[in-house]
Design a protein. Structure first.
Length: 365
């Protein structure tokens, strides 16, 4: 869809009162979003999840719907303090996703996204909706007990308790529970997606399911693939890999994207062990001029909302550029395995994206 058409659809009111996140979508499809509460009853005690689903829609189906705010009022107020921005700043953020329009069709591949430890799923809204605009249904979730702040539909809130996360093995129980959350959500959607996604008449295409995540969410992706063969491709965005997930010998395709100074043979033994255990197609890249939090929306929010622009980010990639770069590699990977894509970005250095490089001894096969 041409940019001018998209801007007109988004609406002049939104343009005059808010900041879009992401500023534009890289994909051609308008998207919708729904959020709901779901209890993971497969574990004891039951885990109270919050889930968001981004899905492709159409111009015709979106024209009577409004864009969704990035955060609820309660969460926006909390985030103002967390980011150190003026009160009311986060309430100005507007997604490029419409609030609950009908889905276009059910045939799109389904991806699950797990956030970093302590992070809300909402701090990845920009990145996740951009992936969806390229023809994917993307499911993100808050994992109870390791999310800073969660707001439920009835107004309840939950804060994360400080946990002992040293050494790396201390993350293993959280990773295992997160994997259970994702598998439970997929089970639920296989039976109930038509009750959750407006306009869905046919079952979701669960023959093509992928999983990705940031930080501990990236490690969770490997755990999910080891536990459930429905997940046939995965991505780890800069996450150390606690045991036992680092030695699973996964045979399915796996992509690893690291921040500058992190990666295989570069200070994280868990990545080295995991990389060497992978038994299928694998590829790893280090993205120069990035920090760990570049794989979330945080860099964009800091630059847009903090009066000082957050000087700690100076010299690193800006949030808008990172949205586009991350989407290019994530979508390129899943297109390769789910849509017959060519995978050009994994054939060698990219003139368009010079920052991702293969470290010495990072051998893809």
């Amino acid at each position: 869809m041409p940019l001018i058409t998209r801007v007109l659809i988004l609406g002049l009111t939104a343009l005059s009162h808010g900041i879009f996140i992401p500023p534009t979508l890289t994909g051609p499809l308008p998207i919708g979003v729904v959020s709901y509460e779901l209890n993971n009853t497969s574990l004891d005690p039951v885990r109270d999840l919050m889930v968001s689903i981004y899905y492709p829609s159409s111009e015709e189906k979106c024209k009577t719907y409004t864009l969704a705010p990035d955060f609820s009022t309660v969460f926006a107020t909390w985030t103002d303090g967390w980011l150190g921005v003026p009160n009311g700043s986060d309430a100005t953020m507007i997604q490029c996703a419409y609030d609950s329009p009908q889905i276009d069709n059910s045939h799109y591949p389904v991806l699950f996204f797990s956030p970093g430890y302590g992070n809300s799923r909402l701090f990845y809204n920009g990145a996740v909706q951009d992936i969806a605009s390229n023809g994917y249904i993307v499911v993100s979730m808050d994992h109870p007990n390791d999310t800073d702040f969660t707001v439920y539909p009835d107004g309840r809130t939950a804060s994360y308790a400080e946990n002992d996360t040293q050494p790396l093995e201390a993350f293993t129980p959280f990773m295992l529970k997160r994997a259970s959350d994702i598998i439970f959500i997929l089970d639920h959607l296989e039976e109930n997606a038509h009750k959750t996604i407006p306009g869905l008449e046919m079952p979701l295409n669960t023959s093509k399911v992928g999983v990705l995540g940031h930080s501990l969410g990236g490690a969770t992706a490997s755990q999910v693939m080891a536990n459930d063969t429905r997940f046939i491709a995965g991505i780890n965005l800069d996450g150390s890999v606690p045991p036992p997930a680092e030695t699973y010998n996964l045979t399915s395709p796996f992509l690893m994207l690291a921040s500058q100074g992190h990666g295989i043979y570069e200070g994280d033994p868990s990545w080295t062990t995991f990389w060497e255990s992978l038994a299928g197609w694998k590829h790893a890249l280090r993205v120069n001029q990035t920090m760990h939090h570049h794989y979330s929306d945080t860099v964009f929010l800091q630059l847009e909302l903090r009066p000082d622009g957050f000087p700690a980010n100076d010299g690193f990639l800006n949030g808008t550029y990172m949205f586009d770069l991350q989407s290019a590699y994530v979508v390129g990977f899943f297109d390769l395995w789910f849509k017959g894509g060519k995978g050009e970005l994994f054939a060698g250095p990219s003139a368009r994206w010079p920052e991702p490089i293969r470290g010495r001894r990072w051998l893809a096969r």
